[in-house]
Structure formats: structure tokens, C-alpha cells
Ligand binder design. Structure first.
Ligand SMILES: Nc1nc2c(ncn2[C@@H]2O[C@H](COP(=O)(O)OP(=O)(O)O)[C@@H](O)[C@H]2O)c(=O)[nH]1
Ligand SMILES: *[C@@H]1O[C@H](CO)[C@@H](O)[C@H](O)[C@H]1NC(C)=O
Ligand SMILES: *[C@@H]1O[C@H](CO)[C@@H](O)[C@H](O)[C@H]1NC(C)=O
Ligand SMILES: *[C@@H]1O[C@H](CO)[C@@H](O)[C@H](O)[C@H]1NC(C)=O
Ligand SMILES: [Mg+2]
Length: 372
């Protein structure tokens, strides 16, 4: 009997080992994606999101994967001020083609700084509620704005990375992105990439422009030459025209945000208290920072992505490109170059060549300054 059992035992062990390590043994024959590996940049996706937003997050991931990331498999970081549920983590990990990481935001990053008078902040929220200001009475929204303005880039999970691409729940890319925007950032030495440029609600930023001018007067050496400040005013600096880069889409250089140049600006603005006493958003704060502290050549407009975040859509590619990139959008629905958008101003003031198919209408001021 021993004569037979020993070979059978050995065979069983070999079969068991083969079963356990089958992925390693057979991957190169069976993997459907056995193609040349695509060069990847030092970059990650980044999403701040709540457990309750899981369906919208999955929809955004699906869109990003289909339109871009299925070729690259970039890492994706999800951050939350509350622990993610197992349901959230499992579903999201299954939808991402790259590695995923979940980050619990330190409580101090989702709290009031000690110089903020919380009773005054609560009073402002009550007033804004009476006036019907969007998100005006919303406390968590302000923590979100402060987190994106001055804190997200300090998270340990982002330390290993140079570039991030912010993705919110319920957004879509309605065209294929047939190149790597991260590669554009690195090779063209860009610091901040944007798509849509709408107007801010002036009731939420009543003293932001004053604070900005004060900063420029106090720290003239920090204001970059060839900057983008003209983008933000239609009356030679007297007032803010409400133009800003819509930060729900942004691709940025984390080394800039982590630098003393940026953090000095953020700390100054944070001390002013406008995030809580008004409703300064991360979008105008990022926009002012990159427009003041950098030459405009560091800013990159990413055309033709079909990016959609309600209610605005970018659909500005020429027909041939829309076909090539399988766009599901119509140029007639494009917001990027429309009269309600500030994009024409960005191209006009810097004498940049507009993308093919973009309208040639020059910028005309759209924000009516409030005379109060
Ligand atoms: N974890 C977490 N994420 C939030 C919270 N509030 C907003 N967010 C996220 O912050 C981003 C901006 O919020 P959103 O509701 O889309 O604001 P809007 O685009 O200005 O209307 C989205 O990615 C949200 O998922 C919150 O209280 N907790
Ligand atoms: C606060 O704003 C968030 C969006 O950031 C929204 O989802 C939530 O419903 C708002 N909460 C209140 C109480 O209005
Ligand atoms: C990626 O970028 C970060 C930040 O600049 C840097 O510390 C890190 O060394 C880079 N990693 C690689 C692999 O180049
Ligand atoms: C802005 O500053 C000017 C003086 O520089 C002042 O007259 C004006 O009241 C300030 N506006 C606000 C809204 O604080
Ligand atoms: Mg949003």
C-alpha cells in the first residue's frame, strides 16, 4: 500500500499548491489584460464622500474607469469624516480598476479653529437661512470647504503622491479621455488643472476680495509675476467678478498645496474667519491662490472631457474629436464657452489660442457688482 500512497500524497500536494498559486502560475496565459503596461504618473484620484453617497460615488467611478482609468489603473483614495462602512468599502473597491485606500479624516481637520466664535458662526447661518442662501445654514458644508481649502493635502494617505485628481459623487465624463492628464501636468510643468469656470454667489464671499487685496498689499513679494489676477476682476481690481475654477473637478500638484507659499496664504485667509462667518468655498480660495501665487502658465484648461457636475457640462470638442472620443453630449449644451462662463476671459487676457471649435466671442463682464 505504501508504494501507492506516497505518489498519491505527493501528487495531492502538488495539486493543492497549484490550486493555491494558480493565479501566479497561470496569470500570464489567462489574464485578459495581458498588454504592454502603460506608464503611470505619481498620482492618485481623491474623493471626499459620505457613506450615504455610495450610489453616486459608484456612478462617478464607473464613468472615470470607462472613460480613462481602465487603461492606467491609478490609485484611488476615499476620505471621510466618519468611518466608511464595510458595504461602502467593498462596493467601491470592486468598481475601481486600481488599488484603493480609505482614510478617516482626523477630527481636528473637521472642527472649528480656536479663533472662531461658534455663536457668531451659528448666527450667520440663521441669517443666511432667512435670506435663502444656498448651503447658507449648513454647518458641515463649511467644514467640507475648510477641509478642501487647507487640509486635505496634509493627509498621510496623500503624502506619497505628487498629483491628485478630485472626483465627486454624481459626476460624469461624457467623452473618452484619450491621453493622461497627469502626464500633461508633469511634462508641461502645470500646477493646477480645471474645466468649468462659473460664477460664485457674491453673498457667500462678501469680504473675500478685501481680504485678498489686503494680502497682496501686505505681502507684495508673494504675488507672482505674470499671474492670473486679471481673471478675477472686471474693474481693474476694485471688485471680484465672481469668476472661479469649479473645484469639484481639479487636478493639482500636491507639492504646491503643501508648500509654504500656499499654506501661508491659507493660514491668512483662515484667520479672517470668512469660511465660517460668510461661506467662503474651497473653489474661490483655490482659484485666488493659484491666480495670485503662480504665473498663469502654470494653469491648465483641460478641454473636451465631457465633464458634467450638475448643472454644468463641458462639451467643447470639434465634431471629429467628439466622434473619436465617443462623446455622449452636444456642443449646444456646452457651458464652458457659454455666456455664463468665465472661460473666454481666461483665454482673452492671456492671448491663448482657443481650442478648435470653441466660439470666438470675446468675454463680456457677466457679474453685476452689488451696490450695497
Ligand atoms: N465625508 C463627507 N463628505 C462630504 C460632506 N459634505 C460634503 N461632502 C463631499 O464634499 C464634496 C462637495 O459636496 P457637494 O454636496 O457635492 O457640494 P456642491 O458640489 O458644492 O453642491 C462631495 O464630494 C461630497 O461628497 C460631509 O459632511 N462628509
Ligand atoms: C449640507 O450640505 C450637504 C452637501 O455638502 C448636503 O448633502 C446636506 O443635505 C446639507 N445639510 C443640510 C442640513 O442642509
Ligand atoms: C511622488 O511624489 C512625492 C511628492 O512629490 C514624492 O515625495 C515621492 O518621492 C514621489 N514618488 C516617486 C515614486 O517618485
Ligand atoms: C473693504 O475695504 C474697504 C477699504 O479698503 C472698506 O471701505 C470696505 O468697507 C470693505 N468692505 C467690506 C465688505 O469689508
Ligand atoms: Mg458636488
Amino acid at each position: 500500500m505504501a508504494k501507492f500512497t506516497r505518489p498519491i500524497a505527493i501528487l495531492s500536494i502538488i495539486l493543492a499548491l497549484a490550486y493555491v498559486f494558480q493565479d501566479q502560475f497561470f496569470a500570464k496565459y489567462t489574464s485578459p489584460t495581458a498588454v504592454e503596461p502603460v506608464a503611470r504618473e505619481n498620482a492618485t484620484f481623491f474623493s471626499l464622500v459620505r457613506n450615504s453617497e455610495l450610489p453616486g460615488m459608484l456612478q462617478s467611478i464607473k464613468s472615470v474607469e470607462q472613460r480613462f482609468n481602465n487603461k492606467y489603473h491609478y490609485h484611488w483614495i476615499f476620505a471621510n469624516n466618519e468611518p466608511f462602512t464595510d458595504e461602502f468599502k467593498t462596493a467601491v473597491a470592486a468598481m475601481c480598476s486600481g488599488t484603493v485606500e480609505f482614510s478617516l479624516i482626523p477630527p481636528a481637520y473637521w472642527d472649528y479653529p480656536e479663533w472662531i466664535d461658534q455663536a457668531q458662526a451659528a448666527e450667520v447661518r440663521r441669517q443666511m437661512r432667512r435670506k435663502g442662501v444656498k448651503y447658507g445654514d449648513n454647518e458641515s458644508y463649511r467644514h467640507m470647504c475648510r477641509f478642501f481649502s487647507g487640509l486635505f493635502y496634509k493627509l498621510d494617505v496623500l503624502k506619497p503622491f505628487r498629483y491628485y485628481w478630485r472626483v465627486e459623487p454624481n459626476v460624469e465624463f461624457r467623452c473618452n479621455i484619450a491621453y493622461d492628464p497627469f502626464e500633461v501636468m508633469r511634462t508641461q510643468e502645470k500646477v493646477y488643472g480645471f474645466t468649468l469656470t462659473p460664477l460664485e454667489l457674491h453673498t457667500t464671499v462678501a469680504t473675500l476680495w478685501n481680504a485678498t487685496q489686503e494680502y497682496m498689499r501686505q505681502y507684495p513679494d508673494r504675488v507672482a509675476a505674470n499671474n492670473n489676477m486679471a481673471f478675477l476682476t472686471d474693474d481693474e481690481g476694485q471688485s471680484f467678478n465672481m469668476c472661479h475654477f469649479w473645484s469639484n473637478f481639479e487636478i493639482g500638484d500636491l507639492d504646491f498645496f503643501r508648500s509654504e507659499t500656499y499654506t501661508h496664504f491659507f493660514d491668512y485667509m483662515d484667520r479672517k474667519g470668512g469660511i465660517f462667518y460668510e461661506r467662503w468655498g474651497d473653489a474661490p480660495l483655490h482659484t485666488i491662490a493659484v491666480s495670485m501665487l503662480l504665473p498663469y502658465t502654470k494653469l491648465q484648461y483641460f478641454a473636451g472631457t465631457g465633464y458634467y457636475h450638475a448643472p454644468n457640462l463641458q462639451c467643447d470638442g470639434p465634431n471629429w474629436l467628439q466622434e473619436q472620443n465617443e462623446c455622449i453630449c452636444f456642443a449646444t449644451d456646452d457651458f464652458a464657452w457659454s455666456g455664463g462662463s468665465c472661460l473666454t476671459k481666461f483665454f482673452d487676457i492671456h492671448q491663448l489660442e482657443r481650442p478648435e471649435a470653441a466660439p470666438t466671442t470675446p468675454y463680456t463682464p457677466i457679474h453685476k457688482p452689488s451696490k450695497s
